[in-house]
Design a protein around this ligand. Sequence first.
Ligand SMILES: *Cc1c(COP(=O)(O)O)cnc(C)c1O
Ligand SMILES: [Zn+2]
Length: 408
Amino acid sequence: MKQVLGGRCVRCGREFSHIKGPGACPCGGMLDIVYDYSVIRRAASRETISGCRDYSMWRYRAFLPVGEDTLIPPLRVGWSPLYRSVRLARLTSIDRLYVKDDGLNPTGSLKDRASAMAVAKAQEAGASVICCASTGNAGSSLAGNAAAAGMDAVIFIPSRAPRGKVAQLKIFGAMVVMVEGSYEDAFRLSAEAIGRYGWYDRNAAVNPFMMEGKKTVSFEIAEQLGWQVPDWVAVSVGDGCTIAGVWKGFTDLFAAGLIDRLPRLVSVQAANCCPIHRALHTGGDVVACSEDTIADSIAVGVPRNPDKAIRAIRESNGITVEVEDGEILEAMSVLGRTQGVFAEPAGAAGLAGLMKAVRQGLVPKDASAVAIVTGNGLKDTVNAIRAAGEPMRVPPDFRLPDEWLFRP
Ligand SMILES: *Cc1c(COP(=O)(O)O)cnc(C)c1O
Ligand SMILES: [Zn+2]
């Protein structure tokens, strides 16, 4: 892995020449993977990448912390579509609006990018069991990617997790520990179990490779836009690993000379659970919140990656937005009606935040923007019905009124 120089602590800056596996700096800070961009430049150009026929996140291998002989797990992760959303752009009065539908990943969320990386790195480390705590998607994606690679997964989830995600975990054969408590409780238990049993740790707060998987979403956005960079990229934030990965992707491309500018980030949290938004607005520390929102994937009262998320938002000269559950439901419905994209609540929250930022004048109307849809709506049909309503019910001998023929 000539392209990887080592790791650097986000908090104290200490450098590590060799990262053996998951783990943080002795100071408690998380590690960043540091690359030698001259090696990457020699290995990858716009042309070599565009000519690559591997339509998955692994087309960017030159930018990833894997070696020549790292086994790539079998599920096809990444290369999700980026749609130019003309009707949605008109409704939201943004000039150029794109939707990146990461809900189309194999287990239905952007988390597949991190979980595929976790499985690759765990195999490299000779592990056979991988573990994480999850609001639902990190777990279901790990379970699916581990199953495909013949590994075992142990998943700790809070009992509130939507049934669709629980069903995925069980179908993929994971050992599921449903914790009667919050995500915070599930996280603590998973850390204890990992410490005791020595399982491979996929928790993104501890494992610096997870962000390296997630960053591929930005590589794709840039490539799919012909190596043009949008003015804004909006994404929902729970632990903060996703937004940090989004930023890492763009800064990697910039450092390697594949793009010539950087986007500004729109960090979106739920109004009733927005510790990172609050910390940035008050300039103070991250304070624990309750986890009271329908957007279960971002109902994270104690974010596990706040340092990297806050740094990403600041460095990008980004903004943070909080959205009410009602605004998330509205975004789900608008996205479905105008674009045919079905998002779970946290998946539509990025768009909800972007729409709000435009209404508030924080994002100008003549901008170009990408909203990342991070998770698929089929995972949580209860909230989808809340967003879109119940269909009409009719008796079986019902006769259609003639005037319906002329209506949509
Ligand atoms: C995990 C997740 C997020 C947020 O990612 P973090 O890394 O926790 O900030 C957003 N949306 C969906 C659907 C997710 O599963
Ligand atoms: Zn440190």
